[in-house]
Write a protein that binds this ligand. Structure first.
Ligand code: SF4
Length: 255
């Protein structure tokens, strides 16, 4: 029985419905955490703390900022076994994280309205008001005082404009923002931290409108139908190399 949907659930179902089943239906404990996921979570926790301090008017030194990352990175590693990609290790990722965070620290910042904002909003068809009968849930990384929604992404490859224009998560956040505040966000911004040898920070901007919300609603309907009809099957792709459920996937049988 599904009680709510999130954009990450939708993304996972569309990426590989069998992996969705292992994670959300069977709730199989994962034997390891891919390094990219652990790294991204540590960066997100550090940024969330930084924004909360700034919102409260507290000055944060670069030293404090980077030290906080050490703590967040440590808790990620203490929490689960991390599986590193070839050529990667804990020390290399620590250096990359600190370069990335220093880039962000030194850029110009707008005022923080709030960070790590949880939302639960009804999923409604914007063209006729029909409800899907369940809520959309999630967290918005950052809302700035000028009504800009900011999402942080760590990746190995640089995001391009098409990536952010098509990004389902940003559509979900924009939709949730309009439901919560009864006005559109000024813009959507992705801060992309790229884990190249020389780490870089790219900022991309995008917007959403009613036609995007309509498409999002239609997609949510189809994903929900698939989940309720128990349509789950393997979809091999380059994501498989990081999949925590490889063993279960090999043993999968529709019976
Ligand atoms: S190994 Fe690949 S196909 Fe199998 S569940 Fe994981 S992502 Fe899906």
């Amino acid at each position: 029985m599904i009680e709510h949907l999130s954009s990450s659930q939708m993304n996972l179902y569309l990426q590989c419905s069998l992996k969705y089943r292992f994670r959300y239906v069977d709730k199989i404990p994962v034997p390891f955490k891919p390094s990219g996921l652990a790294f991204g979570s540590a960066i997100h926790s550090t940024l969330s703390w930084f924004h909360k301090e700034r919102k409260n008017g507290n000055k944060v030194t670069l030293d404090d900022f980077l030290r906080l990352f050490d703590t967040d990175w440590y808790s990620q590693r203490a929490d689960a076994e991390i599986r590193y990609k070839s050529g990667e290790d804990e020390a290399k990722l620590t250096v990359i994280a600190k370069e990335i965070l220093a880039l962000y620290y030194h850029q110009e910042h707008n005022g923080v309205a709030d960070s790590e904002i949880p939302f639960v909003v009804p999923l409604v068809n914007p063209s006729n008001g029909d409800s899907l009968g369940l809520n959309l849930e999630g967290f918005i990384d950052l809302i700035e005082k000028d009504d800009t929604i900011v999402e942080f992404k760590t990746s190995n490859q640089t995001y391009n404009q098409k990536n952010v224009d098509d990004n389902l998560q940003l559509t979900a956040y924009s939709y949730a923002y309009e439901m919560l505040y009864q006005k559109p966000p000024k813009r959507l911004e992705v801060v992309n931290f790229v884990k190249t040898k020389k780490p870089k920070m790219i900022i991309l901007k995008t917007k959403r409108d009613m036609s995007d919300y309509q498409r999002f609603f239609s997609l949510a309907c189809q994903v929900l139908k698939g989940i309720q009809s128990q349509i789950f099957y393997p979809r091999p792709s380059f994501w498989c190399k990081d999949c925590e459920y490889g063993k279960h996937c090999k043993a999968w049988d529709v019976n």
